[in-house]
Ligand binder design. Structure first.
Ligand SMILES: [Zn+2]
Length: 299
């Protein structure tokens, strides 16, 4: 079995050694637990590359690692971060180049592959459930809304920015676009819409019968149903996993009902939703799996 390093670099950095879809040994985190999250936000791009190299070396030194996979938020093409809306300073950063000589194996640099962080979550779900032969889609609900897909496929896949309403007053998306899924579902967008209450309170008040909150909670679920219906109309039905900090607000039954209203053709019926807890391990395993498949093929 091959040994790989999986890296998840979203709000913090977590690195693990992966073999046979399992993490070996303890994960290395930066910063360590309890210290300020969102460590990247104030870090210049070159320091982000350097910091990642150091964590990779801590885990990988002397371990016969054959490939390194990294999950990072944003649009990533050929190892370059083309856009990362919440980390403007990394736009244009060639992460593969800055990590290229992090580790050596058989006197060669160990190859590095970089993927969108939601895509590595999808790959991790597929690998840990023995479903590497299936199409797996993942929604990640946090400040941003991410869409991940396994198997990995070239493309932008900015599912969080699917247009789910034509109402020009819907302008809360972090990217500035109107009518976007993230502009309704994103944590930041909810705080901008409800200046007088936190997202937790919106969902609590809806349960308690507050009409304005109840209408919003329905809109929130309809938006996710609409974006999912779009994905189903493009790629067919299947399993959709929902994760991230705000997956706790999801009412699976309500989501199913709305998707059922929006997808009517019989060959496209039968999708399933499941919420899964946020897990560094799933992302790390997925980053390793995607990198192995990219470098050595799927066999
Ligand atoms: Zn947007």
């Amino acid at each position: 079995m091959r040994r790989a390093i999986g890296v998840l670099a979203a709000e913090h950095i977590v690195v693990g050694l992966v073999e046979g879809h399992r993490v070996l040994g303890p994960l290395v985190r930066y910063p360590e637990r309890g210290r300020g999250a969102d460590v990247f936000r104030s870090m210049p791009a070159e320091s982000i590359g350097q910091c990642l190299r150091e964590q990779i070396q801590k885990v990988g030194a002397g371990q016969n690692v054959e490939v390194i996979g990294v999950g990072f938020p944003g649009i990533i093409r050929s190892g370059v971060i083309e856009e990362s809306p919440n980390l403007q300073q990394v736009k244009g950063l060639n992460l593969v180049a800055s990590l290229a000589s992090a580790l050596r194996h058989d006197d060669q640099s160990v190859p590095v592959c970089v993927f969108n962080d939601a895509d590595v979550t999808a790959a991790g779900v597929a690998a840990t459930r023995g479903q590497l032969d299936r199409l797996i889609r993942v929604w990640t609900l946090g400040n941003g809304v991410g869409f991940g897909r396994y198997p990995w496929a070239a493309g932008a896949w900015e599912g969080g920015h699917i247009v789910v309403t034509l109402d020009p007053r819907e302008h809360f998306c972090g990217c500035g676009g109107k009518g976007h899924l993230e502009g309704i579902m994103g944590h930041r967008a909810m705080r901008l819409r409800f200046l007088d209450m936190e997202p937790e309170e919106i969902f609590e008040n809806a349960k308690a019968g507050d009409a304005r909150c109840d209408a919003f909670v329905k809109l929130w679920h309809r938006a996710l149903a609409a974006a999912t219906a779009t994905s189903i109309h493009f790629e067919g039905p299947g399993d959709f996993f929902i994760t991230g900090p705000n997956a706790r607000f999801v009412d699976i039954g309500m989501l199913h009902r709305y998707v059922h209203e929006m997808v009517k053709m019989s060959p496209l019926q039968g999708s399933r939703f499941e919420t899964i807890p946020v897990s560094d391990e799933i992302g790390i395993i997925g980053a390793a799996v995607n990198a192995e498949r990219a470098v050595f093929g799927s066999g």
